[in-house]
Design a protein around this ligand. Structure first.
Ligand code: PAF
Length: 280
């Protein structure tokens, strides 16, 4: 496995791989890797001759400076994990390499980016689109792998690929959870042991709501999750939205769409956690 820091070097390495007829898989990450990332990487290694994992904490997608500063950075441990998974290249550029000048591109993914994270993290998805589109230009992957935990991000990346007319396959991979249900996230590393226990109320209420939904209206189900989180000391609910899984727009009854997902964001202390659950 080679750790590459420049775009030029990455392009040279990938040109060689392509000349050998190999497909290229890309797993974009911000590092602090866990088993959720490992599941994406394993899938890429299975499906492609060459796998590139990018490790880059992208400043343009953080609307909160403190959040950017607190974001865990563990490149050595990440490389150790990736080597064991059979990754070919780790692309770990500097901020200057990726943004030699400010990226002024403005994307519009309406209405997908006007709800949920788009409301609470203004500019976030524009930053995600900036970095992911750059990574797609550098790597020109045949397939790129993203987790379904970032449900809205996945929908927006699919839309970006459609808008830009890019020729690659976006592969969404299921959320990976701890045995007790907590969705894996790089941010979990920032939780104290007590906060980690407190955070369990998020997945627990989502799981319970799936059963609850069988005999209750959508609004009652939404309220049940909101109350369960609000009643847990140490958690602060930012939003719980039950949405059409394709358009991401709020739905008000179970009959309104064939694909319905509940998306939640909760603060546990200063740590912002997201999760989601599919109802149908
Ligand atoms: O999901 C993430 O970790 C990031 O948003 C991504 C896709 C790597 C872009 O920085």
């Amino acid at each position: 496995m080679l750790v590459v820091e420049t775009v030029d070097k990455l392009r040279t390495c990938l040109a060689e791989a392509r000349a050998e007829g190999k497909d290229v898989g890309l797993v974009p990450t911000m590092g602090a890797l866990h088993d959720g990332h490992a599941s994406l990487v394993k899938r890429s290694v299975e499906e492609n001759g060459v796998t590139v994992v990018s490790v880059f904490v992208n400043p343009t997608q953080f609307n909160d400076k403190g959040d950017l500063e607190r974001y865990p950075r563990t490149l050595d441990a990440d490389c150790h994990l990736l080597e064991g998974l059979g990754v070919d290249y780790v692309f770990a550029p500097s901020v200057e390499e990726v943004y030699p000048e400010p990226d002024t591109r403005v994307f519009d993914f309406s209405p997908l980016d006007k709800v949920m994270e788009g409301v609470y993290r203004p500019g976030h998805f524009n930053g995600v689109a900036q970095i992911v589109s750059k990574l797609f230009m550098y790597v020109e992957p045949d397939r790129a792998y993203f987790g379904e935990k970032d449900f809205q991000q996945l929908a927006i990346i699919r839309e970006m690929v459609r808008q830009l007319g890019l020729d690659l396959e976006i592969i969404g991979c299921p959320i990976v959870r701890e045995a007790d249900g907590l969705a894996l996230s790089s941010r979990n590393a920032l939780l104290t042991p007590e906060q980690r226990t407190t955070a369990l109320a998020i997945s627990k209420s989502l799981f319970a709501s799936v059963d609850f939904a069988k005999s209750h209206s959508l609004e009652e189900t939404k309220q049940m999750v909101e109350s369960a989180v609000a009643d847990t000391e140490g958690l602060e609910l930012e939003y719980y939205e039950i949405v059409n899984g394709t358009t991401l727009q709020t739905v008000h009854s179970w009959d309104e769409a064939d694909y319905i997902v509940g998306c939640i964001t909760v603060y546990c202390g200063k740590v912002r956690l997201i999760d989601n659950i599919r109802y149908k």
